[in-house]
Structure formats: structure tokens, C-alpha cells
Design a protein around this ligand. Sequence first.
Ligand SMILES: NC(=O)c1ccc[n+]([C@@H]2O[C@H](COP(=O)([O-])OP(=O)(O)OC[C@H]3O[C@@H](n4cnc5c(N)ncnc54)[C@H](OP(=O)(O)O)[C@@H]3O)[C@@H](O)[C@H]2O)c1
Length: 261
Amino acid sequence: MTTTHDSDTSRSPQTRHRARDAFDGTRVAITGGTSGLGLALVRELLGRGATVAFVARTRDAVERVAAEDANSHGVVGDVSRKEDTHPIAMQILGALGGLDVLINGASDLGPTPLALLADTECEDFERALATNVLGPFRLTKALLGSLASSAREGSGAVVLNVSSDAAVSAYSRWGAYGVSKAALHHMSRIWHEEIAAEGIAVLSLDPEDMDTPMHAAAVPDADRSLLKRPEVAAREFADAIAAALPVRAAASELMATEFPG
Ligand SMILES: NC(=O)c1ccc[n+]([C@@H]2O[C@H](COP(=O)([O-])OP(=O)(O)OC[C@H]3O[C@@H](n4cnc5c(N)ncnc54)[C@H](OP(=O)(O)O)[C@@H]3O)[C@@H](O)[C@H]2O)c1
């Protein structure tokens, strides 16, 4: 993604209008929708006209975010728990009536303070893998039929797995998280190879360092003024999703012609 760290206020009314129309009627599910990037994505995509179901574990936060917009539906669930997979999937489909876009954003950082692999408890390692790899695998599998159905109708479908530079760089003390993000990234690439021909694009995108609670837990002494705003990353991700959805991309292009900006 780009490295711009500008604020969300720079978008022109024409661009906002175009972006909104491109997502009208799009059904989106987002895991990790109550904080940081996930919350920014919920708000960005609702603002562009999508209907959104989002998932997180903390009921109060889910209810608070759901109350912000009548087009959003909160689901309380833990993506790391196998037994939560189908209840989460059923609630998403019940709320949206189908699915065009799945964003796997919920994530576990591993042990904090961040620890060397030799000092990482097996349980912490397992939890990072369960949240960051097995969770996205299970939920994608449970929702694949609905995504394929959208794709067959000609509007395309997208799975966006939220990656990290820790997926490709071997940072000391980021072992549990880095291993899990590397696996998620590679799983995304394989899945894309397998299902892109059916109209489902699987993206793996790194939002870059953002000013969020997760970043504060990982790097408590970071200079927050140097970090990207999650709203900026959410806008970039929404643009990437729109570009991967053929009908939405065409609508954006058409409107860009009608309203050159
Ligand atoms: N922040 C960064 O600098 C950065 C950089 C690169 C990549 N990323 C990636 O960007 C994504 C978002 O990160 P963030 O910094 O925005 O995180 P965040 O502010 O900590 O938010 C995490 C969200 O995920 C939910 N969540 C966590 N575990 C969950 C589980 N097991 N089941 C369901 N929901 C769960 C949390 O709510 P509950 O706790 O209530 O469940 C919360 O809504 C993650 O995939 C992260 O790895 C972040």
C-alpha cells in the first residue's frame, strides 16, 4: 500500500460520491471490527454504501459499534475457536443475506511484552496460529459457497487477509506473530491460485505501521505521530477491494469518466 500518512479530510466530494456508488449493495464481513484498522474499515465501507457485518469477542464493544449505523450488524465471536466458526458464519449470512467480501483482520500479537522464540510459551504460539491462520482458514472455508455464489452472479468476490511486514521480515521477538502472518500470507497466495478463476480474488495486504491498540501493545514507546492513521489504511484497502471487484471497478471507472476529478 502507499506510504501516505495524510488525514481522511483530503478526499473531494466527487471522489467520495464515486467511491460510495462503487460499493452500493456490497455485502462485507470484517473480523476484528471494533478497534484499529477493523473499526476504520467498518466505517469506511459503510460510508461507501456497503452493508457490513463485523466480528469481535467483546460484547460491549460490538454493541457500541453496531449502534453507530443501521447498516452494520455486530457478531460476538472468537475466530480462534473452532466451535465459533459456523455460528459466526451463520450470523454473517443471516444478517447480510449473502456475501461479496470477507476481510480477515482479527489478529493475535503473541506474547506481550514481545518475547524471543525460546521464551515463548507454547500456548501463546498456539493462540497466534489459531487466531491468525486457522481462524481465517475456517471462516473462509465456511463462507466460500456464498462468495462463490456472488462470483457466479458476475459481481466478483474478494477475500482480504490482513498481512504485515512481519510476514516477510524475520524480526527478533515477533516470532509467534511473524510465523502466523507468514503462513497467512502464503495461504492467501495458494488460495488465490486455486479460486481466482472462479471469480474470487484472495488478497494479502500489509497496512503498514498504524496507530492502534495492537501497535501500542507491541511497541509501547513508539512515536505515535510517525504512525499511519488506520483510517488512511482503511481507505487504501477499500480502493484495493473495489479494484478487485469487476462490477465495482467498472462503476468506478464509469463515474470517473462522468465526473473527472
Ligand atoms: N497496527 C499495526 O501497526 C499493524 C501493522 C501491520 C499489520 N497489522 C494487522 O492489522 C490488523 C488489525 O490490527 P490493529 O492494530 O487494528 O488491531 P487492534 O486495534 O488490536 O484490533 C483488533 C481487533 O480484533 C478483534 N479480535 C482480536 N482477537 C480476536 C478473535 N480471536 N476473534 C475475534 N475478534 C478478535 C479485537 O476485538 P476483541 O479483543 O474484542 O475481540 C479488535 O476488534 C491485524 O491483522 C494486524 O495484524 C497491524
